[in-house]
Design a protein around this ligand. Structure first.
Ligand SMILES: Nc1ncnc2c1ncn2[C@@H]1O[C@H](COP(=O)(O)OP(=O)(O)OP(=O)(O)O)[C@@H](O)[C@H]1O
Ligand SMILES: [Mg+2]
Length: 409
């Protein structure tokens, strides 16, 4: 062994208590009030542990005791910062105590220097290691906090949606109730006249016409409300309960479009599927079907207000690292910037009162960015049609969080 190390070894054996006491005194003198007010034995225990791991590290090259020590100290969840500064002071205290000892013993300068160097190297290593672990642990805490915030944000958004739905549904339900009571009133009048024997054919006819009108109004408004509830259910549905599976995207989109036949077959418009390169990817297929349905529905509802036959094309292509590109394009009326800007906003619709609830694109956006982990962009301008471009990642490489989640009661 190098003579400086042999000396250091001897000093640590013979002067352990002295070094520990000196180190402890240094920590208590140099530290913050909250540290120096801790019990003496506690601080001394810390310095003693430092000495223990220095010994293992310097002479046996064993970093195990150091790792264990850092782990214990940085695991103080209630006050990570405090623990780390304590630990760093522990390292310094040892160096300080050793320098004092070397000065007292009047060792040859060259040897003393070699010893201090060696201690410095180990101290720096330990400090960097502590900093690394500290940062890693802080990051974990931050990640957890961020997830928590996102969860809260989603809950708040859902709360807003519930309030919005309640507000939106209130109108058609209110109208339906008024109309239904109108029906009841008319029928009551007819019945009263009949019982009294004063019912004229003309009154009967008039009464029935009124009742029919009111009934039609009731029905229309109830349908609107039911449609909204249906849309809302799509948002509220727990999408993580759907299993992901591998799918050939091209054929799947063809299947979905075929199933939408009843929606467009009796219109002059055409819906085409174009598969440039097929992609096999693992994803939530139900969500993809939902997205295609909403996009085709939108094009049929909004893009072709006139008589002119329109064309809707769904294009599937490969993209990047096993991902897919899905584009829904129509050659219809397009939208102006004001509509485009608000397209994902829940309850934003230009068809209020004509069957639009304004949830379609909000649902599409949520599904694509949240569940499917992809991105979405809409390009459109008046008279230039609309193109919705969706990028979908392959989810096979990711950990199946749904499978890992604890069972729900
Ligand atoms: N392909 C399109 N062409 C022209 N305008 C569109 C197109 N897609 C959407 N829009 C416009 O964006 C608005 C919002 O669309 P969104 O799907 O969110 O609601 P909606 O279709 O009106 O109602 P819902 O989908 O709930 O029945 C529509 O009202 C329409 O003005
Ligand atoms: Mg829509």
């Amino acid at each position: 062994m190098d003579p400086a190390l042999t000396t250091l070894h001897r000093l640590l054996e013979e002067h352990a208590d002295e070094i520990i006491d000196d180190g402890t005194a240094w920590v208590r003198a140099e530290s913050h009030a909250d540290l120096s007010s801790r019990p003496y034995a506690e601080t001394r225990g810390l310095v003693a542990q430092c000495l223990h791991f220095y010994r293992a590290h310097i002479f046996a090259g064993d970093t195990g005791p150091r790792e264990a020590f850092i782990e214990v100290v940085t695991s103080n969840r209630s006050n990570l910062k405090f623990s780390v500064s304590t630990l760093l002071r522990g390292f310094l205290s040892f160096r300080e105590a050793m320098t004092r000892l070397l000065a007292r013993l009047e060792l040859p300068a060259e040897q003393a220097l070699a010893i201090v160097r060696r201690i410095d190297v180990v101290s720096f290593e330990a400090s960097f290691r502590t900093a690394d672990i500290y940062v890693a642990k802080l990051n974990r805490v931050l990640d957890a906090t961020r997830e928590e915030l996102i969860r809260k944000d989603k809950l708040a958004a859902l709360g807003g949606l519930v309030a919005g739905v309640a507000h939106e549904i209130n109108t058609p339900l209110g109208v339906a109730v008024t109309a239904a009571s109108l029906v009841a009133d008319r029928l009551h009048e007819v019945e009263a006249a009949f019982t009294a024997g004063t019912l004229r054919r003309q009154d009967l006819q008039q009464g029935l016409i009124h009742a029919q009108e009111a009934a039609r109004m009731t029905l229309g408004n109830l349908r609107r409300a039911a449609g909204m509830v249906g849309n809302f259910k799509q948002i509220a549905v727990d999408q993580t309960s759907e299993a992901r599976r591998e799918v050939a995207l091209g054929p799947y989109v063809r299947e979905v479009v075929a199933s939408l036949g009843p929606m467009y077959r009796r219109t002059p418009h055409r819906v085409l599927v174009q598969v440039l390169q097929d992609v096999e990817l693992t994803t939530f297929v139900g969500a993809i079907s939902q997205v295609c349905t909403n996009l085709v529905h939108n094009a049929l509802m909004h893009a072709f207000p006139g008589e002119r036959p329109g064309q809707i094309t769904l294009t599937v292509d490969r993209q990047g690292d096993g991902g897919a590109l899905l584009i829904c394009r129509d050659d219809g009326a397009g939208m102006d910037a004001q509509v485009l800007r608000r397209i994902y906003e829940p309850f934003f619709t230009t068809q209020r009162g004509r069957g639009g609830s304004g949830l379609g694109m909000h649902i599409v956006h949520n599904l694509v960015t949240d569940l499917l982990g992809g991105s979405i962009a809409v390009e459109s301008s008046p008279g230039q049609g609309t193109a919705v471009t969706i990028q979908l990642p392959n989810l096979s490489a990711e950990v199946d969080l749904a499978a890992q989640a604890p069972e729900r009661p």
